[in-house]
Design a protein around this ligand. Structure first.
Ligand code: SF4
Length: 88
């Protein structure tokens, strides 16, 4: 094996190692998110009426048809909470 072949093999191993590491990291983050506990209505200050015309349906954390990324259980698309996140 020449020096160039050795470097190519090392580069390939480094690349493959990085790619696998990224996949494992993504898997771990997804699993951690799936297992994390969502907050209660009281913890987020949830209300069934929109605040200043900012309903859940316009929030970046809203999940169709009636769920929220951070809040446990079903919500109203017309509700709101203290964690309203503007869609960019
Ligand atoms: S305002 Fe956003 S973060 Fe708050 S309950 Fe509604 S969707 Fe969830």
């Amino acid at each position: 094996m020449s020096e160039a072949d050795g470097k190519r093999g090392l580069s390939r191993r480094v690349f493959l190692g990085s790619a696998c590491g990224g996949v494992l990291c993504l898997y771990a983050a997804t699993a951690a998110t799936a297992q994390s506990k969502k907050m209660t209505r009281k913890e987020v200050g949830y209300r069934d009426e929109p605040n200043d015309g900012l309903p859940c349906s316009a929030c970046a954390l809203f999940l169709e048809p009636k769920y929220c990324v951070i809040l446990d259980g079903a919500i109203s698309p017309n509700g709101t909470c203290n964690y309203f996140a503007h869609v960019e």
